[in-house]
Design a protein around this ligand. Structure first.
Ligand SMILES: [Zn+2]
Length: 165
């Protein structure tokens, strides 16, 4: 069920993105490559730079499947955050869309510190994305939260296999 609804949302997003979709720029690749290394196929990522249709009602960038809707926003940290959602989609399938929406409205939301864990997998999907974004913006977090940061980087850099998508 979650896969079906998530799949519909992803297809709707692709339709709305339409012709405005493009691949990553050289600058964007240079931001993402050192973060994900072999853990994410950057060639598969599409970007819609501006707001597209109803997706523009909410100003926050959104990632549906492998397409990142930036809605006019820019910034390397933000791009890293949305790319984590692509990584999640590759691992979890379409159900990640609904899991991410639920995470937005959860008690801890984007606050990965509040989760009080050393395990990346124990964070909700938005907290995972926010942690990797914050780490990009402030590399000092690796010193302050060594176990969690090490687990996060090992996770996003591990190549996906057929069983993990
Ligand atoms: Zn997010």
């Amino acid at each position: 069920m979650r896969d079906a609804v998530g799949g519909l949302l992803i297809r709707a997003g692709d339709l709305l993105g339409g012709r405005a979709r493009r691949g990553l720029t050289v600058a964007e690749r240079s931001v993402l490559a050192p973060v994900f290394r072999d853990g994410l196929d950057l060639d598969a990522i599409r970007v819609v730079p501006e707001r597209a249709g109803p997706l523009g009602l909410n100003r926050r960038p959104v990632t549906l499947g492998t397409t990142i809707h930036l809605k006019g926003r820019t910034g390397p940290g933000l791009l890293v955050h949305e790319a984590v959602h692509v990584w999640q989609y590759r691992r979890l399938g379409a159900r990640y869309v609904l899991d991410a929406i639920r995470a937005q409205y959860s008690r801890t939301g984007y606050d990965w510190r509040a989760a009080g864990t050393d395990r990346f997998a124990a964070l909700n999907l938005e907290a995972q994305a926010q942690l990797v974004q914050d780490l990009h913006d402030d590399p000092g977090l690796a010193t302050a939260y060594p176990a969690l940061v090490a687990d996060a980087l090992a996770s996003v850099r591990s190549p996906s296999t057929p069983s993990t998508r």
